[in-house]
Design a protein around this ligand. Structure first.
Ligand code: PLP
Length: 409
């Protein structure tokens, strides 16, 4: 008899974005004339940078010529991309990372979900609250979280990010083994300073813990005092890994390319207390379960490291940050407290009411979809996340409508 992995039954059924989709579809059915503007799901709207497109086309042509055709590529990524990443994303920022520590993949979502396979089933895991849901759900599927009750899984340690701590969680009170951190944060838009990040690195070193640092939104950092990478923090190489994605950096949400950095000195312990290499284990996992990212996609990604590519991705992120500034300004003028939107494409704001109620109100009265904070965890209750990934005219139109709806009452 084929039996189910019971852990899957512990997952909360209405994944945030499917519930949003459902409510949106119901509203649209009842109001077919309504022109809904989506400021909810964090997908990009601008096309690929020109340099990426040119590199993509050229690489596709290479695939059509026997002299330049490529079959299976290296499982961990082509050297041309790994080398460009190490040099531009890390060494240029004073982070000591080598090309062979960069492992190319088809998404930070898959990497952040798959990496937990390498860890024992009885470790203690700390996740932010509010949280990017993949960190939690992938551990639920693996059976590490216990069951769900009252908005939380029994065995997880929740790192609360609230107005009180400026959305930077405090260190756990007890000992945890695995910590997920994400800065600039999804959903709160909060950023972390080097001093604050150092406290996490020190904690991990003292407790033989590992930090999974998700820097998917690093491209939006403009404040040069903020760390771009956890590897700018001394001592981090032994206790941290970092994930990055080209999705938001260069519009690759549909093209798919990302990477995980695992330093060679990052260690993990066996039951007998012996040290083993996390890099080696991830290498083993990827070579067994993954056959690499396509050659044209990796060529397209590598193009962003040319001077023209750097200019283009800067212009793209400036455009979204321009949207973020408008959103922040509009909500602040309406009297709402906002986090994020500076050094981040997300604006997190306190609605002063139930987040789904605010969602429904915005949908009904402004025909605008925003993301209810409650979908990201208990601490998100009462908040909403507004995304700056949109066309400028849509942002302006949406803000006009929101203003009219909120001022009316
Ligand atoms: N990490 C965070 C924090 C995200 O918000 C997202 C996308 O929304 C991802 C990872 C996924 O990135 P990718 O498109 O590379 O899978």
């Amino acid at each position: 008899m084929i039996r189910v992995n019971e852990n899957y039954l512990k997952l909360q059924s209405s994944y945030l974005f499917s519930e949003i989709g459902k409510r949106m579809a119901e509203f649209q059915k009842k109001n077919p004339q309504a022109k809904i503007i989506r400021m909810g799901i964090g997908d990009v709207t601008l096309p690929l940078p020109r340099v990426c497109l040119d590199a993509f086309h050229k690489a596709v042509d290479e695939m059509g010529d026997a002299a330049t055709f490529k079959g299976y590529g290296p499982d961990l990524g082509y050297d041309f991309l790994r080398e460009a990443v190490a040099k531009h994303d890390f060494q240029a920022h004073g982070a000591d990372i080598n090309a062979d520590e960069v492992i190319i993949s088809d998404g930070a979502k898959c990497d952040s979900a798959n990496i937990q396979e390498l860890f024992a089933s009885d470790i203690t895991i700390a996740v932010p609250d509010p949280v990017y849901p993949v960190y939690v759900d992938s551990n639920v599927m693996a059976g590490r979280t216990g069951s769900y009750s009252n908005g939380r899984y029994g065995k997880l340690v929740y790192l609360e990010s609230t107005e009180k701590n400026n959305f930077i969680p405090n260190l756990p009170e007890g000992k945890v083994d695995l910590i997920y951190l994400c800065f600039p944060n999804n959903p709160t838009g909060a950023t972390i300073t080097k001093d604050a990040l150092k406290k996490w690195v020190d904690y991990a070193r003292e407790n033989k813990a590992l930090i999974i640092y998700d820097a998917a939104y690093v491209q939006f950092i403009r404040d040069t005092s903020l760390p771009q990478s956890i590897f700018e923090i001394p001592g981090s190489r032994e206790v941290a890994i970092e994930m990055r994605s080209y999705s938001k950096t260069a519009g690759f949400t549909g093209t798919r390319c990302a990477y995980t950095v695992i330093p060679r000195d990052c260690k993990i312990w066996t039951n007998k207390g012996e040290k083993t290499s996390l890099h080696g284990l991830w290498n083993r996992r990827q070579t067994t379960k993954f056959n690499g990212v396509s050659y044209p996609v990796q060529r397209a990604a590598a193009a962003i490291y040319t001077p023209e590519g750097q200019k283009e991705i800067r212009e793209i992120s400036d455009y979204y940050l321009g949207n973020a500034a408008l959103i922040r300004k509009a909500f602040t003028a309406l009297g709402y407290k906002c986090t994020g939107g500076e050094n981040s494409p997300y604006i997190w704001l306190d609605t002063g009411m139930d987040s789904w109620e605010f969602f429904d109100k915005m949908l009904a009265e402004a025909n605008v979809v925003i993301t209810p904070g409650a979908g990201f965890g208990k601490c998100g209750e009462g908040f909403i996340r507004v995304s700056a990934f949109n066309q400028r005219e849509n942002v302006e139109k949406a803000l006009e409508r929101i203003k009219a709806a909120l001022v009316k009452k």
